[in-house]
Ligand binder design. Structure first.
Ligand SMILES: [Zn+2]
Ligand SMILES: [Zn+2]
Length: 171
């Protein structure tokens, strides 16, 4: 059955000069995976791709990284204008996963449609105006907050991370 998991995130946009901060569509999310029969696997998925990639379990005798029946079915970002430090960028994404009930092959726990300890990492890109160049950063569930992201090229603050991304099961 298809399960849909909604991820929402907000970042403050800072700095005197615009760095064109944008969500790249690359998402890493922890899911319970019926293919490798493991719970809480880090699953990578890119908006626009027809499949994702489950990290599996790298230890001998277990299923290693494998294609995962996961896709991004919605990806909407909105930039809210604001003066000075009050501008924000808001992301709402929906990750669809083909899920079936199973029992974790290593730990004594049943799989859940939304994994027991949800975690997500969302990737962003930016463009530094001077010197011209592209950079990347990410925001994730387990991060000290508030946290200011600086441009790797000019050092200017470009984003402020003060809210933990939210994860919820839609269906
Ligand atoms: Zn898997
Ligand atoms: Zn810069």
């Amino acid at each position: 059955m298809v399960r849909s998991i909604e991820v929402t995130a907000v970042l403050g946009l800072g700095g005197a000069r615009s760095h064109n901060v944008h969500w790249t569509g690359r998402i890493e999310i922890s899911l319970d995976c019926f293919v490798c029969r493991r719970n809480g696997r880090t699953t990578e998925v890119q908006h626009g791709d027809e499949e994702g990639s489950c990290s599996g379990d790298g230890r001998p005798g277990w299923i290693a990284r494998h294609p995962a029946p996961v896709r991004v079915s919605a990806f909407d970002s909105t930039d809210l204008e604001g003066s000075g430090e009050s501008g924000r960028t808001v992301l709402r994404a929906v990750v669809d996963q083909w899920w079936a009930p199973f029992h974790d092959a290593k730990r004594d726990e049943p799989a859940l449609a939304l994994t027991a300890r949800p975690w997500v990492r969302l990737h962003l890109g930016y463009l530094c105006p001077e010197p011209l160049g592209a950079g990347t950063f990410s925001t994730q569930t387990n991060l000290g907050r508030p946290h200011t992201v600086g441009c790797a090229q000019c050092g200017e603050p470009i984003a402020t991370d003060h809210e933990t991304p939210r994860i919820r099961l839609l269906t």
